[in-house]
Design a protein around this ligand. Structure first.
Ligand SMILES: *Cc1c(COP(=O)(O)O)cnc(C)c1O
Length: 421
């Protein structure tokens, strides 16, 4: 069970909405900092432990600075994400570059920042070498294929586009070494929004075993394994958060069995989580514009799937609170909709809620990762602002809302006037 409380009262939220019109995303700095500290403490047994926050989850440089000040690095997979890390003061081996199908200019940027490049494919070894030289430190993304099948959210590993095969890992490391690489890591990412702690223990064990095999077959000492991201969060009140001490203790035990006492010790453990770092600590705040009563009861919000698309594209559950009405009987059943010309534009379907009136604020929980980040402009929708609820209770804008001028910025009106169809 997970408590779905809010870090602000209705009155406080109304006051915030007077300064910053809805819809907006708001992040709870105190909770994000405490969560980051808790993660690092859990894994303190591993002296080289590092969490590289997956920038794609919440690509806001203010949040990146906060997380960096707590000791987290950045996991990037595109040129703009690398620039965001750079602008947030994150450099060198505090950046993991886990990209795929990578353009040359992105490898060049990653190299110039001194980021650790995590190669997705065997052919990228030559591609990287030709575009900007083989770095001293390099990582390989492993896809176990049939060696590891099960109910993975990403599907069977064999069907996933990511990573090197088992044999390619060995060939690849040998080739990288011949091109001058001297330090090596292994990476794997097979699940998303996974709530079973054992999955992460199994992934660490798989990579520890692989590192041992590499040491036996090649004259190469792996210095880190990166079990990547994918730790799920309890979107539903009846879900239970992944107990990180279970993950940590499980990995610690496997480490002691496979690595400690051998030539690989000390081996660093890396992660690239996004969702579990900020997801529960961000909220999409919206106001009720209309109540529609047809074959069903619809609550029309001023936010739409352009602000948070997970419910529409994955059918994902996001908890909803009507601030100030938490304790009223939840005796009404509503669909909560946005204004997109898409019937899937619903934040909730058949949700039991208190009586909702036009003008009420509605808070959609767990929007702190893969929320604003997945925003889009379809149907002429503008992306909302992002706000930071500071530790002292004040609110700071960390991204202004898009304007119609932003929406039109890529059009040339003069060229249009000269153009006669
Ligand atoms: C998306 C992604 C992550 C983060 O995933 P979360 O589910 O947000 O933890 C980490 N690494 C890579 C390579 C990714 O693509």
């Amino acid at each position: 069970m997970t408590d779905k409380t809010l870090p602000f009262s209705r009155d406080r939220l109304e006051a915030i909405a007077r300064d910053y019109p809805t819809p907006f995303h708001i992040y709870d700095e105190k909770a994000i900092r405490e969560n980051a500290r808790c993660l690092l403490k859990r894994f303190a047994w591993n002296s080289g432990f590092k969490e590289f926050f997956a920038v794609k989850a919440t690509p806001n440089p203010f949040l990146l600075k906060i997380l960096h000040s707590e000791g987290l690095g950045a996991d990037c997979s595109s040129l703009p994400e690398l620039i965001l890390a750079e602008k947030s003061g994150i450099h060198g081996e505090e950046i993991m570059f886990s990209s795929n199908d990578t353009p040359a200019d992105e490898f060049k940027k990653a190299r110039s920042l001194g980021a650790t490049i995590n190669l997705d494919d065997f052919s990228h070894i030559d591609f990287l070498d030709q575009c900007c030289g083989t770095p001293e430190l390099v990582s390989i993304r492993y896809n176990p294929g049939r060696r590891r099948e099960g109910g993975f959210i990403m599907g069977q590993p064999e069907e996933a586009k990511f990573g090197f095969t088992h044999d390619q890992v060995f060939e690849g490391l040998r080739k990288l070494q011949s091109l001058g690489a001297k330090r090596f890591g292994l990476h794997s990412f097979l699940a998303s929004n996974e709530l079973n702690p054992q999955y992460f223990v199994d992934t660490a064990e798989m990579l520890f075993d692989l590192a041992v095999q590499v040491g036996k077959k090649l004259d190469i000492r792996i210095e880190f394994v990166n079990i990547s991201g994918g730790i799920g969060i309890p979107y539903r009140p009846e879900d239970t958060a992944v107990d990180l001490s279970v993950v940590s203790d499980g990995i610690h035990a496997v480490y002691d069995r496979i690595i400690r006492g051998g030539p690989l010790h000390p081996l660093s453990l890396f992660m690239e989580c996004g969702r579990v770092i900020t997801g529960p600590y961000g909220y999409l705040v919206s106001r009720v514009l209309h109540i529609k009563d047809t074959y069903k009861k619809y609550v029309g919000l001023d936010a739409c799937m352009a602000n948070l698309m997970r419910p529409a594209i994955y059918g994902a559950y996001h908890h909803v609170t009507v601030p100030g009405k938490e304790d009223r009987p939840h005796d009404h059943v509503y669909d909560l909709t946005g204004s997109l010309c898409e019937n899937r534009d619903k934040f909730a379907i058949d949700r039991r809620l208190p009586l909702i009136e036009v003008g009420d604020l509605v808070v959609i929980h767990d929007a702190g990762a893969h929320g604003h980040a997945m925003g889009f402009n379809y149907n002429g929708k503008l992306r909302s602002a992002e706000l930071l609820l500071r530790e002292d209770g004040t609110v700071m804008p960390i991204r202004r809302p898009e304007t119609i001028e932003d929406y039109f910025a890529t059009l040339d009106w003069n060229a249009l006037e000269q153009f006669h169809g």
